[in-house]
Design a protein around this ligand. Structure first.
Ligand SMILES: C[S@@+](CC[C@H](N)C(=O)[O-])C[C@H]1O[C@@H](n2cnc3c(N)ncnc32)[C@H](O)[C@@H]1O
Length: 194
């Protein structure tokens, strides 16, 4: 399987970024943006086109091919399992990465395991038995990487088990959904419940 090609979930995220980022930049022209799981880099390009400064755009992927691809597009992208490489901030393989961000986005692997799915595409799509395992890990780590008024934009699917955002310490608002043939995708805006 190639680097995850933009699909319905990617386009839903693009739409939401186009609605949200202009307001966020008005409030903070120096907003720092991080995408976990950047894949093809579609959202890095959107963030740049919406006015986030290139020096404030950071990204990562667990797939080294996606990391090289996003670097080739001119973005800072590091190889990391979720926030592992961001833990102390500082230099990661020669790239300086901050510890905290104003906007963090993630279109995660959210499908429950299915033995029919080829191993090669699982890394981008499948999270585990319940489908929400990577999201839960992401949310446990993300709080330490959000600035005080920072926001997360995260995709979930009706095919995976629900996530109890408040028990994980987040205020959550559903800000856009899309009904596909056999699933419903939603984007959540999450803030730390201080
Ligand atoms: C559904 S794709 C989304 C790609 C792109 N952001 C988009 O919206 O089109 C999920 C991406 O997350 C990456 N990924 C999967 N598990 C990850 C992890 N534990 N840490 C970082 N990235 C991960 C995959 O390699 C893939 O590029």
């Amino acid at each position: 399987m190639p680097i995850y090609p933009p699909a319905e979930d990617s386009y839903l995220m693009s739409r939401i970024l186009k609605e949200q980022i202009p307001h966020l930049i008005k409030q903070n022209p120096d907003a720092r943006f991080l995408e976990i799981g950047a894949g093809s880099g579609i959202h890095l390009q959107t963030a740049l086109s919406l006015g986030i400064k290139n020096e404030n755009i950071f990204s990562s992927d667990i797939d080294k091919r996606a990391v090289s691809h996003c670097n080739m597009l001119g973005f800072r992208c590091i190889h990391s399992d979720l926030f592992d490489a961001f833990k102390g901030g500082g230099s990661v393989g020669g790239t300086l990465v901050p510890l905290k961000y104003d906007i963090v986005i993630f279109n995660p692997p959210y499908l429950p395991s299915d033995s029919r799915e080829p191993k090669s595409s699982k890394i981008a799509t499948t999270a585990g038995k319940k489908g929400n395992e990577i999201i839960l890990r992401f949310l446990q780590q993300a709080k330490s990487h959000l600035n005080k008024n920072g926001k997360i934009f995260l995709i979930t699917s009706s095919l995976s088990e629900d996530v109890d955002f408040s028990s994980l310490g987040y205020l959550a608002k559903e800000i856009g959904c899309e009904k596909l043939f056999f699933e419903r995708l939603c984007i959540w805006e999450l803030k730390k419940d201080l």
